[in-house]
Every structure is written in C-alpha cells, then in structure tokens.
Write a protein that binds this ligand. Sequence first.
Ligand code: SPD
Length: 378
Amino acid sequence: MWMKWVLLLNRGWSWGRKGLSMEGEGVKGLACQKTMDGKASNGNKAVVPSCCLKAMACSPEDDAKCHSTVVSGWFSEPHSRSGEKGETVYFNNPMWPGEAHSLKVEKVLFKDKSEYQEVLVFESATYGKVLVLDGIVQLTEKDEFAYQEMIAHLPLCSTPSPKNVLVVGGGDGGVLREISRHSSVEVIDICEIDKMVIDVSKKFFPELAVGFEDPRVQLHIGDAVEFLRKSPAGKYDAIIVDSSDPVGPAQALVEKPFFETLARALKPGGILCNMAESMWLHTHLIEDMISICRQTFKNVQYAWSSVPTYPSGVIGFVLCSTEGPAVDFKNPINPIEKLDGAMTYKREMKFYNSDMHRAAFALPTFLRREVASLLASS
Ligand code: SPD
C-alpha cells in the first residue's frame, strides 16, 4: 500500500491534512485522516481498499460502505452509497473529479472481490452487460468493439507481418479476439494478473472470451512486470497493454521501469500500443507517458478513439516503436482490408478500418501542440 501512495505522489497527488488532493484540479477537503507514513491519525496502521483510495472515500465510515456501486437502480462510476436519509451520496473519483457517469441497472449478475479488485457485472438498460472493476467501467457489450478493435489493429496494421504478440492485461479476451484476425500471427501470449476477470468474462461475455479459444493463445496468470523480466529480449513484434486505469493493480504499468522492460522484450522496430486515457481528463498523465516513452523508444505517437461509456467518451493510445526499421504509424502498412478474411473472421468488424486508423492520429489543436512540444523537447 505504501508503494501505491509513493507512486501516486510521483504523479502529482499529495496527501494534505485533509486527505488526497490533486494539484491544480480542485479536489480537496475530503475528510481523510490518513497520513504520509500510512498511519491513521489515531496512530493505527491504515488499510485503505484500492477502490476506496480511488474514490477518495477514506474516512472510516465510508471505507465500510463504499463498495456498493449500485444505488437506486443506477450504477455510477464514482462510488456511491445511500446516505442516512436514503439519499444517494457520491464519492469523487480522482481520475475524473467532479463528474459522474451513470448507467441504469436492470440486474446485478455478479459481484465479488478477487485478490486484486472488486469485480461487478450487471445488465444495463441500454448498453447490454457491463464489466466493472473497482467501480470503473471496463467494457459494455454495446461499445466494446470501438476499444478492442482500435487497440489491437492500430499496432498490428502498422507492422508488415506480426508474428509474436503479447497482451498485458486484457483478461476479458476482447483484444485476443481482434489479434486472431491476423493470420501472420503465430504466438499470442497474454499475461493477466486477475483470474477472476477471465472466469467472469467466459461466463458473462462469451463474445469477448472467444478470444481465448484461439490455439495460438498462451495464457499466463500473474504479474506482467515479472513475466516481462523473464521474457527473452527481442521476442515480440508487438505488445498491447490493455490495462485498467493506473490506480490499483495497474499502477506500475505507467512507470518508466515498466516501459523499459517492454522495450527490451520487443524486436528492433517492434511496436507498443498502450491504453492512454482521455485527452479531456488526463492531459498530465498523457504528457507523463509520452515523455517517459520518448526516453525509451525511438518513435512515439498518440491516437484516440470514441468510446461512449468511458469517462468523457474518448480513450487514447500511446504507440511507440523501438530502434530499428522505421514505423509510419499514421499510414497502415499492413491494411486490414487486404488481409484475407480478417474483417469477417469469426465475427464482422464494426469500427476499425484504414480510414479510422489514419483519422485516429488527427489531434485537436490543444493536444497536437502539447504532443509536438513534448516530442520536440525530449
Ligand atoms: N477508464 C477505463 C479504461 C479501461 C481500459 N481497459 C478496458 C479493458 C477492455 N478490454
């Protein structure tokens, strides 16, 4: 837990007398009594569940109640609970302070705590089944393909004939399903830390979990940092990091040592595609990722896609390539339309095509300026 707090501090979070606050973001004044040494103000060792940490619900009474994410028939992304008079009380989420994203719940289908996080599946009124980890929407049946298709094909269509591919995270199987469309691929390693996510996906999201049925898939359950340390250098043509947000189990996945390990595992000219949050909400996080990647990789680019059920309705990707044959990310060298049967393999593609690929790198002016200056300065 201490480690997590140190990492949060490194990314601009700070513990004040009243709790966790994000510099410049105006998230202050919550009644938290934890201190820098990880102790509660009464001197006892403080144990903060990761989802509570995310929700900044760190007063003892809120710790006890903050796991119920469905209140009055609605799921809300900042954790919520019933107040004393039956009213809905929302906690702030440090990843998107001051806003809430809600889906109407028809039925809760599954709720449990794994070793790493709280796992929730519910049937929503308008987005089909929804998978939620530690109170944060990971996918819905209605819009999952926008994310899975882009995070898989942006890298794989940017390299001539990918053979060895690694997925970090991605336990729902959706990214595997997309990689399977590429017949050049011989090995698809996946390293997912939480077996419960895989089991839940197999039970409730068969259209995604179908990805695990491909005989090229080799599943490794464990910590990706450890897995990569043991991987032979230069093994992969492409690595796709399909993680949850960088608080909780996915925290180490946005730190420099992790990117160095990824670069080591890639071939010369190998490609990394990393989930990179929202340009509207996480400019600092994106800037940090780009500067870290710039120190480690030869070529770094930012792309994005629309996903209605992610906060602010968009999600980004940082794409990098290692020293070696040059990669032109913006113009797919391995177009999906020319890969025999790829667009209809097992199920019709719904979002990605070569035009969407090129368009994904078109950045709004505020971000283009930011990215250009980061790439020029490092
Ligand atoms: N803010 C949510 C980001 C979730 C990214 N991972 C989604 C996993 C889908 N395979």
